[in-house]
Write a protein that binds this ligand. Sequence first.
Ligand code: FMN
Length: 391
Amino acid sequence: MQLEHAINFDDIRTLARKRLPRIAFDFIDGGVDGEAGLARNRVAFDRYKLLPRYLVDVENRRQTVNLFGHDYASPFGISPMGIAGFFRPGADLMLARAAARFDIPYIMSSASCDSIEAAMALAPKTTWFQIYGTRDPHITLDLVRRAKALGVRVLLMTIDTPVMGKRERNVRNGFRRPMKMTPSVILQGLSRPGWTWRYLTQGGIPMMENWRPYAVEGASANAIADLYGEQTPAPAQTWSILEQVRKAWDGPLVVKGVMHPADALKCLELGANGVMVSNHGGRQLDSAPGSIDMLPAIADAVGGRMEILVDSGFRRGSDVAKALCLGAKAAFLGRPAMFGVAAAGETGACKVIDIMRQEIGLLMGQLGWINLDRAGPDSLLDLLDLRMGRN
Ligand SMILES: Cc1cc2nc3c(=O)[nH]c(=O)nc-3n(C[C@H](O)[C@H](O)[C@H](O)COP(=O)(O)O)c2cc1C
């Protein structure tokens, strides 16, 4: 199949699978443990049914959304994903450019291969930045300082990775650094010559550019990856790191990976401007609920006092519509965007965004939404049921 024939995210995944060696495809695709959480992230959406309203003029539908004081063209964006350069050299900047082209947010991970400086030079209005707490908090705070100096619009701090989940596909595939050229890896490479050619001609394991300043001068890509591995995860971190980040950053601050309403309230108390409800795409706690299942309780808890974003398992326009009805302002895509860029670079990333943009447009037409202000309990069977039951 060619990219132009791809009509949904399953097709994009299939294309990426054909172009990536298994060790790389599985790194993106996989979850943790037995991958029940990964499956649940899709099943969770089925619980909610959307109710159409007809004979409403939906000729000129607008899916623009205002997030932290700025308008974006659609109510979705791209989630932060580390080591994208392993899947295609320059992938981070391709994602940044594709998002800018469609005027949607792209969240660069601090574990990216290209630097935040390079992304901001290309796409200053749509690039957001995500950090983790590091064992040495000075690194976290220096990343915040750099983001501030660059004028990044929104900063996210991910809190759901106190320890790394048990990613069984990576263990089985022997995903490790430095990458060992086992017969299996060599065979996989031979069956994916495009990826292997790019990997070998562009210097092998990609440099994590954001981390270069914290390593000794001239450090190799592997040495910098080692440093990153020593600094994260930081299991001893507590809410104190969020307080420090809050002090250092005066712009919009979103805490990513919040699943418990009490944690959302704690974020509010510490001055965060938003939470991203997320189970890390089923890559951390296998037994976690779907993030969509936690939206109502979190929306109730924060009661409009902060912005709610969400990710994990979003693959359809209807998924996004359901999240908006349940109180989220925007949803974010992880794997589909990475598969798009792995399959066909910036064009592939654009295709993913375009598919989602079009699906949301169609959904709005079906639901009788001329704009996103119409999203709410009225379009959700479950909530309507509950309300009727209460009356
Ligand atoms: C390859 C890959 C790398 C990721 N790296 C990060 C990261 O550096 N920081 C982070 O907060 N989340 C990271 N995530 C999680 C995503 O931001 C996001 O929460 C998740 O992928 C959303 O679920 P989805 O892939 O089902 O859309 C990563 C996910 C993938 C697939």
